[in-house]
Design a protein around this ligand. Sequence first.
Ligand code: KG4
Ligand code: ZN
Length: 341
Amino acid sequence: MTTTDSDFEVDPATTILGIETSCDETAAAVVTGGLDVRSSVVSSQVDLHARFGGVVPEIASRAHVELLTPVVAEALVEAGVDNGGIDAVAATVGPGLIGSLLVGVSAAKALALVWDVPFVGVNHLEAHFYASFLEEPGLETPMVVLLVSGGHTMLVRFEDHGRYEVLGSTIDDAAGEAFDKVARYLGLGYPGGPAIDREALKGDPEAIRFPRSMIDEGLDFSFSGLKTAVINHVRKHPDASTEDVAASFQAAVVDVLVAKAKRAALEAGAKGLCLGGGVAANSLLRERFLDTCTEIGVHGFLPSRAMCTDNAAMVAAAAWFRLRDDGPTPLDAGADPNLYL
Ligand code: KG4
Ligand code: ZN
């Protein structure tokens, strides 16, 4: 077998080392058979970026270079596999920060070459879907996934492994980006999502009626008007309670996300509705999402908070199915910061 052999046989014992470095988490995981997570190590760079109020790409790439070797070593040790126990090495090839992506992709290719095993390039968005399968392998299809992260907001109809259709996406800011920008404006620090989530618990979600942009139209999203409305409100009412602003902003985002997910599930004839991406860790969204699934009679699935945010187990899981269906990725394939689904 060569490292680009398209006849590579994938079976339930195939063990994949996954690497994730698309943004500010350096992660490695070992997954067997696409679903059995044997280790998952995530080293967050949040503390490095917090004082800048957001991810600084140059700092992120340098930190990945320093952290990746120990993170991979820990994932291998925790999984109890030695070098000979890995059958393929996968890495996120996009979308993400190009400098960060290249660190993971180069490391994965180097390991694949040294161990003479296939390399598998994984789409980060596709990987987020697999977070759900890892925790609930029996998910029924077709299902609709609401993927809400710092860089993306999309509704996807998932028909089968590798077969999906984007039903809607944001026309401006991503949901997580709106959380991060509003939190920054309110002085709540970075990352903004968890900060707003915490602050909102103490506030009144009905205190301010922020706009629910495009809530009655189609399946695309727009959050930039909401962000501007929050900023204008705080400028006009400098004494407004931060808790109430956070709670009212969060309620507006969640209303829109839930309304569109419901519409998508009904239109797509989905049997299940899943959440994915960092914003899926949001407490109000999780609660309202499950209520909506019960209301429309579809199976609702929420990955654990650790599985919602970036990790490499989802990369290794997605890679198993990619390898099974398409074979290895050529070693001369590059990283693509704007990779789409
Ligand atoms: O998927 P992810 O870890 O990285 C990307 O691929 O973007 O998502 C990160 C995003 C950030 O915008 C962060 O503020 C948001 O997820 N986030 C949250 C929560 N936890 C993380 N947003 C709202 N509520 C949360 N609890
Ligand atoms: Zn992500």
